[in-house]
Structures are given as structure tokens and as C-alpha cells.
Design a binder for this molecule. Structure first.
Ligand code: GLA
Length: 675
């Protein structure tokens, strides 16, 4: 009897606990660990928009929720312990003027459970209620619509999960975060890392730094240098001038205590320059509008002292904001735009341009500048509109070697109502850039003036790929052209840019490069410095693809704050050699297995560089046998370029290659035909 009583009491207690455990609980989305959320811009914000303002959709404000930016993903482990998800979704009013649109999607265990359809800025919040019974993994996605992911400040307002007793849920991080270095350190013996071809025009000052790693002191020489050129034995800097066109085969030599090495250099003196993609640094991604001559000099110094220069890195490019701003009261940039004769005036942060370029040249480096064909640059500083000839002459006089020419306010010039006074354009306008005549004209004007200068100025067209610029960039005098809008340091940005490059690939050749924008590795931040948000594997993939693409390699990070991992990414001579290959072909994706995309680049030596690029967030493990799809046949030696190791000799007709590619990562191999 007594036992029965105890049993009854115990079962009531247990039932109570169990019922208590399953009591519905409200788990707010903003209370979860949002660091796992990936997004196209900024970071996930708790109870705020992505720009840190009150969540506001269609005029309605919300106290709770998560502000993000497309393309955005968050995965939550529910393990069947939730009954429903509810939210009010929409684009935040903070970007109304840009009129973006996007789509909110809810996925449960791989199946789409709900979609908002395309929502536009200004629309009222859309209620979302989704049943989650049995769902183990919930995914909240904001995808861009046909207008791309630009300005999609997306709010999951009032977002909550109703759980079966759980007070919280873990969010899932898929991509490894620990940096790991693959590039072996350079040997103490001399190794020449510079490109094997260099283009120059007759009469232009010649500046070529032989890039060599190995212990110092080092002794440099060059056999077969044509008349007019000389090499500095201590620094390896080749200077002078060639008066006649022609091809000159030179043998470079570098010697130190530990050994001696040689490499051929082909000098092509003619009308084409930038015969391999420019490699250097640009001020925009780290300093934004806070750039100054001092910071640029420090970057140049860091390029030398870090040793980057020994791998072929050579341009130091000043981006926007060296000029005066259209706001005369701007703290550092307010002032007279041009002098009485129309010459452009640098702002106070750049007190002496000639002294700056002389300094950079004295280090053996080259230097770049930035302007716009419109009256204003993207940052609202003086552009070149109406002063193109004078500006081109001034750049040459100051000693610049590179110009980035950025469309921006030129759209205002095309706008008929504003034609009389383009300087009255108060917002930066992009329209008209795709037009066959009007979109090309301003670039041709500057291209022609640059060509008339007595020095070589590499010309980069920055118009984000409008009007398929790769088809006509060469005709207007460009050596490279942006193929996309601005990159940001997010996986979504790098991925969407990477996947959109193939269309332009056929136009890449020596002297003409597609520019998918700068490298977003190291400390970046556009005035708000932070370590890149790309995970280590994503950075390996980013650098490998930009090398396979024969893209200009422009470092966007603060060179003074470079850590060992970033340095290792930038100094793998075998990977850089893929980028600098003199054949100048751009890799394309020739085969895909799910999200594993395989890019192949033909090399001058007849071999192929192959990138097994995993865009999936799960690692890819497979036995690969489709070599014919890569155009690879017969016996091959396979070399892992990041690790700089031959990994296998393989008969592609009979054998398979086992591949393990990290999530969002890459294997970059060279397939060398065995004769
Ligand atoms: C545009 C360009 C960027 C940078 C800024 C400067 O956005 O695409 O690369 O030059 O302008 O304002």
C-alpha cells in the first residue's frame, strides 16, 4: 500500500516536470548567438537595422528583431523542439531612396517552408508564420532579387521561435575559423619571383624592380639589357629609357652568400603595357576618405620592409579623397578645387605630390592616382570633367604610373536637365554607363590624353562592368576594367563576384585585364578598421580565384598591420606565378559537381592550373575522374601550389584523384604533363 502511494506521488511529480519541460516558450531571434549569421554587408544587429537605427519597415517601428543585409543566412539547430516561427519582415526604411528589393525565405531541413516573395523598400512589413513541428534545422535567408543585393537592409522584425520548453537554441557556424599557413617560407638562397615579361613604350621612363627573395646582401645583374637601360647591382632596380620598339631577351641574375640563380625576362618595347596583371596596394579599402600622403608613404615603406616587394608587389595607389571636396567646409578636404589656370589642387593631406611620387619611386615602387570623368568623384571630390587634358598632363608631371578612373557623377553629365551645370548634381548618379556611345566616350577622352603623356600610365576603368566594358575597354585605351560593383569583406560578396566573372574571360589578354575589384584580406574597413570577415579558407579561395582570373591583384589592407597569415597568402610565389603567367589567359569554370566548381587556366608552358573551388558550406570529399572535362589527358604530375609540393603522378585515363576540399575552400593544383 505504502509503495503504491509513493509510486502515485512520483508519477505526478514526473508528469509535472515533463509538462513543464514542454511548456511553450518564446525564444527571441535577437537573443540567439547572431555571430553565426553571414550577410552581404555589415554584421547582424540585435534590435536595430544593419546601420544601427531603429528597425522601421513601411513607416512602422519595431523594438525587437534582427537587422541584416542580403545575401543573409542564419542556421538554427532546433532538433524538433520548436512548434513555430513568427516575424514581420521587410526592407528597412533607412534605404528607401535606393528602392532596393529582396526576398525573405524560411527553410526547414532543406525544404522551403515560406517565402515573402519579392518585397520592396517602402512596403509594409509582411507577417510570416511558419509551423516547425519536427524540424531539426531552421534556416533564415534573405536573398537579393533581380536588382542584386545592393542596399538590401533587411529586417526580421519581432522574430521569435515558439519552442517546446527550450529557452534558447544554438546557431550553426559551418566554416572553420582558425587560420593555417600553407605557403612554405622562402629559402635563404636567391629566388627570382618577378614576372617573366614586361611591357614599356619607347621613350617612357623604365622602372622594373627585379623581385628576389633570399638572404641579403644580394648582388643583381642582367645580361643582354638593351641600350638605354641599366640595373642597380645592389637593389636590382632596372631604370633608363628605350628609344626603339622591339623584343629584348634578358637574363636576370641574383647572387648571395648561399647561392646564385637566373631567370629570363622578356622586355617588350611597343605600344602595350601591363603585360601581366598589375600587383600592388590601394588606399581605399583600409583608409577610405581618411587617406593622406603620410599614410601612403607608410604603406610604401611597409611594402618594402615586409618583403612584399620581393614577390613582385609594386604599385602604391592613392584612391579617392586626395582632391578637395565639393563641400568647402569639409574638415580636411575643403578648399579651392583648381587654380586660376584650371590645374587640379590636392587637399592639405597631400601637400606635395611630386615629393610623394619621388619618394615612392626611390623605393623602386610605382604610384597610382584616382579621378572621375564626372565633375565629382564617388566621394564628392573634384573629378576631371572638362579638365581631362590638364589632369592627364598633371598626373604625368607629378610622376604617376597608374590611373583609376571612376564613373560616378558622370551620369549627371548625361542628364539633359543638368547639362548646363553638371556641378549642380548633388547626388552621385550612375545612369547612362551602359550606353554604347555615351558610356564609352568619357573613357576614350581620358585614354587618349594618357597615351599622349611621356610616361606609361596604366589605365583602369572603374565603371562596375556597365555596357560589357570588357568588350571595348581596350579600344578606349584601358589596361584593366572593373567587372563588378564594389567588393566587401564578406563571403557573399566574394562569392557573387567570383561566380560572375566567366562572361568576361575571353577578353583577358596581356595588357587587358578584367578587374573583379580589390583583395579583401587582412585589416580592412573603409575608415572602420577590422580584420576581414572572410574565414581563412574563404581567403585561400579568394586569392586562388583572383590568380586564376588573371585579375589585377590590389591589396586593400593596412600593410602596417599585416599578420603572418595575411603575409603568407600574399607571398606564395607559385600561386602568384599563376596570376602573372605571360600567356594572360583567364580561367573559367569548365565543370561543376554540385557546388564544387572547377576552374582551369591554361599556362604559357602548356600546363594547366586547376582550382577545385568549393562554394558549399559542407566539405567536399570525392574521387575525381572527369579529367577529360578539364581538357586534361595522359600522365600528369600534380602539384599542390599552396603547399608547393608534388602530390601525385597520375594516369588520368585510368586512375582517380581523391579530393578533400574544405567548405568555402580550395585546392589549387598545377597539372604538369609527363612527356
Ligand atoms: C567607388 C569605387 C571604389 C572606390 C570609391 C571611392 O565606389 O568603386 O573602388 O574607388 O568609389 O569613392
Amino acid at each position: 500500500m505504502e509503495n503504491t502511494k509513493i509510486w502515485i506521488i512520483a508519477s505526478f511529480a514526473l508528469a509535472g516536470i515533463v509538462t513543464g519541460c514542454n511548456q511553450p516558450q518564446t525564444v527571441w531571434l535577437d537573443d540567439l548567438d547572431l555571430t553565426a549569421m553571414t550577410q552581404g554587408h555589415g554584421v547582424a544587429m540585435k534590435n536595430k537595422s544593419v546601420d544601427g537605427k531603429t528597425l522601421t519597415i513601411g513607416g512602422q517601428t519595431f523594438e525587437r528583431g534582427v537587422g541584416t543585409h542580403s545575401i543573409s543566412e542564419l542556421a538554427i539547430q532546433l532538433d524538433g523542439k520548436a512548434t513555430s516561427f513568427m516575424a514581420q519582415v521587410g526592407l528597412d526604411d533607412e534605404i528607401l531612396e535606393h528602392k532596393p528589393s529582396a526576398e525573405f525565405i524560411v527553410i526547414g531541413d532543406g525544404k522551403q517552408l515560406w517565402s515573402s516573395g519579392v518585397v520592396k523598400a517602402g512596403d509594409s512589413a509582411k507577417p510570416c508564420t511558419v509551423s516547425l513541428n519536427g524540424v531539426k534545422r531552421l534556416e533564415l535567408i534573405v536573398a537579393g532579387s533581380d536588382d542584386g543585393p545592393y542596399y538590401d537592409h533587411a529586417d526580421w522584425a519581432d522574430a521569435k521561435i515558439i519552442s517546446k520548453g527550450k529557452k534558447s537554441f544554438p546557431t550553426l557556424k559551418f566554416i572553420a575559423t582558425e587560420p593555417y599557413i600553407l605557403t612554405p617560407p622562402a629559402p635563404a638562397t636567391p629566388r627570382i619571383n618577378s614576372a617573366s615579361v614586361f611591357g614599356v613604350r619607347p621613350g617612357s621612363p623604365f622602372l622594373f624592380q627585379v623581385a628576389v627573395t633570399g638572404d641579403r646582401p644580394m648582388l643583381f645583374s642582367a645580361v643582354g639589357l638593351p641600350e638605354g637601360l641599366k640595373i642597380n647591382q645592389e637593389t636590382g632596380l632596372i631604370t633608363g629609357k628605350l628609344t626603339k620598339s622591339g623584343t629584348f631577351e634578358v637574363t636576370l641574375q641574383a647572387k648571395n652568400e648561399k647561392g646564385i640563380t637566373e631567370k629570363k625576362l622578356r622586355i617588350e618595347c611597343g605600344d602595350r603595357i601591363a603585360l601581366t596583371p598589375p600587383m600592388g596596394w590601394n588606399s581605399w579599402n583600409c583608409f577610405g576618405h581618411e587617406v593622406s600622403a603620410e599614410k601612403v608613404k607608410l604603406a610604401a615603406r611597409a611594402m618594402i620592409e615586409s618583403g612584399l616587394v620581393n614577390y613582385g608587389w609594386s604599385y602604391i595607389n592613392i584612391d579617392d579623397s586626395w582632391q578637395h571636396h565639393r563641400d568647402p567646409n569639409d574638415r580636411t578636404r575643403g578648399g579651392k578645387l583648381r587654380d586660376e589656370r584650371g590645374n587640379i589642387l590636392p587637399n592639405t593631406q597631400f601637400p606635395d605630390m611630386k615629393e610623394l611620387t619621388d619618394y615612392i619611386h626611390s623605393l623602386g615602387l610605382k604610384v597610382g592616382i584616382y579621378s572621375s570623368p564626372g565633375p565629382w568623384t564617388c566621394g564628392g571630390c573634384a573629378g576631371s570633367y572638362g579638365y581631362e587634358k590638364q589632369d592627364a598632363e598633371m598626373y604625368a608631371k607629378w610622376g604617376f604610373d597608374y590611373l583609376k578612373y571612376d564613373w560616378c557623377s558622370y551620369g549627371g553629365v548625361l542628364d539633359r536637365d543638368l547639362k548646363k551645370d553638371p556641378y549642380s548634381v548633388s547626388s552621385l548618379a550612375f545612369q547612362g554607363g551602359g550606353d554604347t556611345i555615351t558610356g564609352r566616350r568619357p573613357f576614350k577622352i581620358m585614354g587618349d590624353y594618357l597615351r599622349q603623356q611621356p610616361r606609361d600610365i596604366v589605365y583602369n576603368l572603374c565603371q562596375y562592368g556597365m555596357g560589357d566594358v570588357w568588350e571595348w575597354g581596350d579600344a578606349v585605351g584601358g589596361q584593366s576594367w572593373r567587372t563588378t560593383n564594389d567588393i566587401t569583406d564578406t563571403w557573399e560578396s566574394v562569392k557573387s563576384i567570383a561566380l560572375s566573372q566567366d562572361k568576361a574571360a575571353a577578353w583577358a589578354k596581356p595588357g587587358n585585364w578584367n578587374d573583379p575589384d580589390m583583395l579583401v584580406i587582412g585589416v580592412v574597413g573603409w575608415g572602420n578598421p577590422h580584420q576581414t570577415k572572410l574565414k581563412p579558407d574563404e581567403q585561400y579561395l579568394h586569392f586562388s580565384l583572383w590568380s586564376l582570373f588573371s585579375a589585377p591583384l590590389l591589396i586593400g589592407c593596412d600593410l602596417e598591420k599585416m599578420d603572418d597569415f595575411t603575409f603568407s597568402l600574399l607571398t606564395n610565389n607559385e600561386v602568384i606565378a599563376v596570376n602573372q603567367d605571360p600567356l594572360g589567359k583567364q580561367a573559367t569554370c569548365v565543370h561543376a559537381i554540385g557546388e564544387l566548381r572547377i576552374y582551369v587556366k591554361e599556362l604559357e608552358d602548356g600546363n594547366k592550373a586547376v582550382g577545385f573551388c568549393n562554394f558549399d558550406r559542407e566539405k567536399a570529399e570525392l574521387s575525381f575522374r572527369d579529367f577529360d572535362k578539364l581538357g586534361i589527358t595522359g600522365k600528369q604530375i600534380i602539384r599542390d601550389l599552396w603547399r608547393q609540393k608534388d602530390i601525385k603522378t597520375l594516369d588520368t585515363g585510368r586512375e582517380t584523384l581523391s579530393l578533400k576540399v574544405p567548405a568555402h575552400g580550395v585546392l589549387l593544383y598545377k597539372f604538369k604533363q609527363v612527356q
